[in-house]
Design a protein around this ligand. Structure first.
Ligand SMILES: *Cc1c(COP(=O)(O)O)cnc(C)c1O
Length: 418
């Protein structure tokens, strides 16, 4: 049988020719191949390819997994963000606060709706939104008016905040929540990289996506729960918003061919839902395996005497919740990132830079008026971050090889400096 439709994605497929690829889900797929094929046969036999029972089943399973009241399957993580912003009627004259150190979609969706993304710098340790910077922004660069919080400079209304749980670890949601309450802002969690991650919330342990009014997930093939193409999902707490989202994902249509509100084609394919239904029961096991791999990296870096040379990911919730990190990425930091990356590529080790250019520095956002130097912690992270190979089935040999290649790089540096 042809392997192509089940490849996680093209980049991952190409990286597999490396000695240690950045991501390799082929072992994972082998275990699931049979049940996935059975599911695909069922979908083809039914000839129901869009929404339908497979999607409903998946929505229920995710709602239960996250302990969220409502789940709405959509066509991608990007469309999930877009649909939620549409549901809250965010548009021209509005502003949305988020991090400049994230995937483009987080802010791209805000701009597509005519609203302004406002960036706040990240915490240098976690690379998630900095709570002190957020608080300073809300208190010093905004003012309370009769119509709510507005930007002092432009008068645009600040409507929402999008905390991004970057690399698989939650933002400091207790403080984000308190600020959102105080300033009456909606909280939309971008949990695209953090499905299943937990956080010690005010009232107990909560899963990523359940602490704000809404949370969005992406099932892009290289995400921790990956489809065989594009797919996404929204979870939310309010039945009115959920109803609205079910309509918005079908052009706001209700009943058929009557459009009470504007939506889009944000429908989830039955094939994707069927595959995700097979994979979801494995997610906790996979996250645990990623955490074990992260611990092994940590031990290897320590043994190699590299812990003062490279900065390893911080884990602030490690002793507080079980799923303190789901290690979507294992990102180390060093000022010598580019030379190290070149060295690792030569050693046939796959690495990636998330992200080489911050959002406030993107060409298409130049009209927002930000300059280089605006967000020092973010900009430094774009120069220093390097994602190492991590996936549930990565072998300890491969990890040892990665760390020894890094040790080799730094010992050569030291010798040439001496
Ligand atoms: C992947 C990702 C998205 C977008 O998801 P797609 O399914 O690719 O549209 C949004 N935000 C973050 C942080 C992501 O990592």
């Amino acid at each position: 049988m042809a392997k192509f439709p089940f490849e996680p994605n093209l980049e991952a497929a190409m990286l597999r020719t490396m000695r240690v690829p950045l991501l390799d889900l082929s072992n994972e797929y082998q275990v699931l191949a049979q049940p996935i094929r059975e599911q695909l046969d069922e979908v083809f036999a039914s000839q129901r390819f869009i929404l339908g029972p497979k999607v409903k089943e998946f929505e229920q399973a995710i709602a239960e997994f996250c302990q969220a009241p409502f789940a709405i399957g959509v066509s991608s993580g990007t469309d999930a963000l877009l649909a939620v912003l549409m549901a809250y009627e965010i548009g021209s004259g509005d502003a949305v606060v988020t991090s400049p150190y994230t995937f483009f979609a987080t802010a791209g969706c805000v701009v597509r709706l005519g609203a302004r993304p406002v960036f706040v710098d990240v915490d240098p340790a976690t690379c998630n939104i900095s709570v002190p910077a957020l608080e300073r922004f809300l208190r010093e660069q905004c003012k309370q008016t009769s119509s709510g919080l507005v930007l002092s400079d432009t008068g645009e209304k600040v409507r929402a905040i999008i905390p991004v749980h970057l690399f698989g670890q939650c933002c400091e949601m207790n403080k984000v929540y308190e600020l959102a309450q105080e300033f009456r802002l909606r909280t939309i969690e971008d949990a695209a990289q953090a499905i299943g991650a937990e956080y010690p919330f005010l009232d107990g342990t909560r899963k990523a996506g359940t602490m704000g009014e809404a949370g969005v997930f992406s099932f892009y093939p290289s995400k921790n729960l990956g489809a065989a193409g594009d797919a996404g999902l929204i979870i939310c707490r309010d039945s009115y918003v959920a109803d609205k989202l079910f309509a918005i994902r079908e052009h706001g249509m209700r009943p058929r061919y009557y459009h009470g509100l504007l939506g889009g084609n944000f429908r989830l394919d039955a094939i994707q839902a069927a595959i995700l239904n097979v994979k979801l029961p494995y997610l906790n096991r996979w996250s645990a395996a990623r955490r074990e791999a992260a611990d092994f990296y940590r031990a290897q870096f320590k043994t190699a005497g590299l812990t003062d040379t490279v900065c390893l990911p911080s884990e602030p919730y490690r002793d507080l919740v079980k799923e303190y990190h789901i290690y979507h990425q294992f990102v180390i930091r060093t000022p010598e990132r580019d030379a190290l990356r070149a060295h690792l590529t030569k050693a046939e080790i796959g690495t990636e830079i998330y992200y080489p250019l911050a959002l406030h520095q993107q060409k298409c956002f130049q009209n927002l008026g930000y300059r280089e130097g605006h967000f020092p912690a973010t900009e430094r992270a774009t120069h220093e971050s390097l994602a190492l190979p991590i996936y549930p089935t990565i072998s300890r040999d491969s990890q040892q090889y990665v760390v020894s290649a890094i040790a080799d790089f730094f010992s050569k540096r030291k010798r040439s400096a001496a």
